[in-house]
Design a protein around this ligand. Structure first.
Ligand code: DGY
Length: 319
């Protein structure tokens, strides 16, 4: 049974795949080119893919023998899940194992942006630090501030836990109440407009789909406090990035900590790079050694279950 792994993943996961299948691994340090994917998928029964691979009708038509698509990520907006269902191909993903690591990244971005960490480091490294100064690089307090969490799923919940530890007041939006978050962290479910209007920090933790694309744009930024800081570790396209640049540049909001972008990698001429009040990192939300290993192992197990016709450990269902 031949399978394709579209990036070089950690050894433990490759060993799981290799023990039950004949595996081909794309080992270059960049995503597998589209035409290579289309060619290589033709004789495979399993595909272990990344969020950088677009899996759509064309791939499924070429991969006529596919029995499973196993994504090494929790997000799956790169996969046409409905098309996979039409082809009878189950889709696996890797929720749970990256929850806390991603919440750590979101909270790190929140702190770094609020307290101007990156700007301060650039200042120091440039040799501009001459003396202690009572007004140097003043930031915003995180403790006791109000945070608005958009999407109280697994990662949103862990973000709330961290925020509660900083004695923050927690607002959230979600399709349904999260009673645990309300009980454990005194979180309050509100409408998006209220969240935007009352929060000092807004952190995005919702999947990207038809309903959430450009959920935050010029109109929403105008509802936020001029000092508010936006944190996004979910997907870039949930935020209208052009509108975000304008809002940051014109002082409509105070700052942003971003791990994800509408176009990745972020082009080096993107105007966001010119702003001092943003902290930008390259989609590293889940990038700890242990978590990336756990994600790879879970994706490998989903792959093997799929090619053996067994239920996946985590299967994405079509909307
Ligand atoms: C995901 O899993 O969706 C992240 O974006 C990568 O960890």
């Amino acid at each position: 049974m031949k399978v394709l792994v579209t990036r070089d993943i950690l050894e433990e996961a490759l060993a799981i795949v290799g023990a039950s299948a004949e595996m081909e691994v794309w080992r270059e340090p960049y995503p597998i080119p589209r035409e290579v994917l289309l060619e290589k998928v033709a004789d495979k029964v399993g595909l272990l893919c990344m969020l950088t691979d677009r899996i759509d009708d064309e791939v499924l038509a070429r991969g006529a023998n596919l029995r499973v698509v196993s994504q090494m990520a929790v997000g799956y907006d790169n996969i046409d899940v409905a098309a996979c269902a039409r082809y009878g191909v189950p889709v696996g993903n890797t929720p749970g194992v990256l929850t806390e690591t991603t919440a750590d990244t979101a909270f790190a971005l929140l702190l770094a942006t609020a307290r101007r960490m990156n700007e301060s480091e650039r200042f120091l490294r440039a040799g501009l630090w001459k003396m202690w100064d009572p007004t140097l690089l003043l930031g915003r307090d995180v403790h006791h501030a109000t945070i608005g969490i958009i999407g109280m799923g697994r990662i949103g919940y862990e973000m709330a836990r961290r925020a509660y530890g900083f004695q923050m007041h927690i607002l959230y939006t979600g399709n349904r109440p999260n009673e645990e978050a309300e009980r454990n962290f005194e979180a309050q479910r509100v409408e998006l407009a209220t969240l935007l209007n009352q929060s000092d920090f807004v952190s995005v933790h919702t999947p990207l789909n038809g309903q959430t694309r450009h959920l935050l744009g010029a109109e929403q930024f105008a509802q936020m406090k001029p000092t508010a800081i936006l944190v996004n570790t979910a997907r870039g396209a949930i935020v209208d990035q052009k509108a975000l640049y304008i809002a940051l540049n014109e002082g409509v909001i105070g700052g942003a900590g971003l791990d994800v972008f509408e176009r990745e990698p972020l082009p080096m001429d993107d105007p966001l790079l010119t702003l001092p009040n943003v902290v930008l990192v390259p989609h590293i939300g889940s990038a700890s050694i242990a978590t990336r290993n756990n994600m790879a192992v879970l994706a490998a197990k989903n792959l093997i279950a799929g090619i053996q016709g067994k239920p996946l450990l985590h299967q994405v269902l079509p909307a």
